[in-house]
Design a protein around this ligand. Structure first.
Ligand SMILES: Cc1ncc(COP(=O)(O)O)c(C=O)c1O
Length: 461
């Protein structure tokens, strides 16, 4: 609100020195807080690096891929100066794992380069040997590896790629730019005990994490640090007369670090959060979420009907009933339709899983216990619906639970978005809203849950 109220449009350093310089300062603060190597700091004497706030992790990956592409083409051009830049594109190849976020694929699409998507190990972690053999094969086929996009905290199951192994492989090929995407989990590195998960970060050319995903900063705020800022800006510099100013040589102009020219005063958001909570307050917040995720894991492990499918390291717990994908899909659909809890599924290593992520600022043990109760109740109901024996036999085995959705609604509620009660009611008769992201109602308080279920069931029949 404040950054909008100020109405600053930081085209260049000259347009708003404060907007630019505060961004450099808070990015250095944050880099130190998560213990990034000093080469990523702008203030460090020998450093060629620095940080910038982008609108999204997708933009971070896109601009670093563009920078890497420019470097690779420059090298190829030294050997073949008469060839057009675009003629080198079919030879360039980037890499990521099947668990990487789809924005890596989008970046490759926009950059007009090949993307080789590699299988990670059984824990969802991309390993050095897998990458090395793919690179060797591609080089033997005349391709030019130029970018490796790794992830610390994958979207599906919060797996961590092995940078200790991948880093040295990338170093064997001077054209390769190693990017590390820590969009969600990177924020956890503010806690020293989480830093073993970033082992090997010293090999990275760039790193991004989004405080708007897990550090109490409102959207949008995606922090990107690069080891060599000239390599980034040389892919993105244009300098018309109307944007030039007397201090260009000695100041940072963030318009060269990304796609937009106009920039909001986003650094203020990070500044306020860091100043209000302090590093200790932010560590406390992250630690509470991690503790609660472990509580959830422990409680779910006690119920033998479920399996936990990821190594729970931060705030995400992946689980599923030890049943078919269809039954798990039905379970999630029923839970989301109840409006009492909301989760998003993923398919990891071929299995449909449910993802429970702690996100509420002041979440407590009670919130976790409530969530487990909701999940267990719905699990009982779904399993009853598929039980071969009589209901009495089944009920004798477990607690009573809410009514299940019919098959049609199960399909609709597998992917959901939250809407108000009014919009929900209107949407029931309008197919236009059913766009694959079926609406569910937002409950105002617990007392509404029963009436909402009534609405849902009545309208489904
Ligand atoms: C690991 C990872 N990378 C990238 C993204 C894309 O983030 P953004 O919406 O900021 O582009 C996500 C989104 O969930 C993510 O989990």
């Amino acid at each position: 609100m404040l950054s909008d109220a100020i109405g600053c449009i930081g085209f260049s350093w000259a347009a708003s020195p404060a907007c630019t310089e505060l961004e450099t300062i808070v990015l250095d603060w944050y880099a130190k807080a998560i213990d990034l190597p000093p080469e990523f700091l702008a203030e460090h004497k020998s450093s060629k690096g620095g940080g910038v706030i982008q609108g999204s992790a997708s933009e971070c990956i896109l601009v670093t891929m563009l920078a890497a592409r420019t470097q690779a083409i420059r090298t190829l051009k030294e050997q073949d100066p008469n060839t057009e830049d675009s003629a080198f594109l079919p030879r360039l190849v980037a890499y990521c794992s099947t668990e990487a976020h789809s924005c890596a694929e989008k970046a490759a699409m926009i950059s007009l380069v090949k993307l080789r998507v590699l299988e990670p190990d059984e824990k969802g972690s991309l390993r050095g040997k897998r990458l090395e053999s793919a690179i060797r094969e591609d080089v033997a086929n005349g391709l030019v590896p130029f970018f490796v996009s790794t992830t610390l905290g994958t979207t599906g199951s919060c797996a961590f790629d092995n940078l200790v192994e991948i880093g040295p492989v990338c170093k064997l090929y001077p054209n390769i730019w190693l990017h590390v995407d820590g969009a969600y989990a990177g924020n956890a590195f503010i806690c020293p005990e989480m830093r073993p998960l970033m082992a090997g970060i010293e090999h990275a050319d760039s790193f991004n994490t989004n405080p708007n995903k897990w550090l109490l900063v409102n959207f949008d705020c995606s922090c990107l640090w690069v080891r060599d800022r000239v390599k980034l800006t040389s892919a993105l510099v244009v300098d018309p007369l109307y944007l030039q100013h007397a201090r260009s040589g000695e100041s940072i102009d963030y318009r060269h670090w990304g796609i937009p020219l106009s920039r909001r005063f986003r650094a203020l958001k990070l500044w306020f959060v860091m100043r209000s909570y302090g590093i200790t307050g932010l560590q406390k917040y992250i630690r509470n979420h991690i503790r609660l995720a472990r509580r959830f894991e422990t409680l779910m492990r006690r119920d033998k009907r479920f399996e936990i499918t990821n190594d729970v390291r931060v705030g995400l717990v992946c689980f599923r009933l030890k049943e078919s994908d269809e039954i798990n899909q039905e379970l999630l659909a029923n839970i989301n339709a109840s409006g009492r809890l909301h989760m998003i599924p993923a398919r990891v290593m071929g299995k449909y899983i449910l993802r429970f992520c702690v996100i509420k600022e002041n979440a407590t043990d009670d919130d976790i216990d409530y969530a487990v109760d909701v999940i267990e109740e719905h699990a009982t109901e779904v399993m009853l619906a598929h039980y071969e024996g009589t209901e009495d036999e089944f009920r004798a085995k477990g607690p009573k639970s809410p009514a299940a959705l019919d098959k049609k609604l199960v399909r609709k509620f597998s992917f959901t978005r939250s809407v108000t009660r009014d919009v929900y009611k209107r949407s029931i008769s309008k197919s236009s809203l059913h766009d694959g992201a079926t609406p569910i109602m937002v409950v105002d308080d617990n007392s509404q849950v029963d009436t909402i279920e009534e609405d849902v069931f009545c309208n489904s029949r």
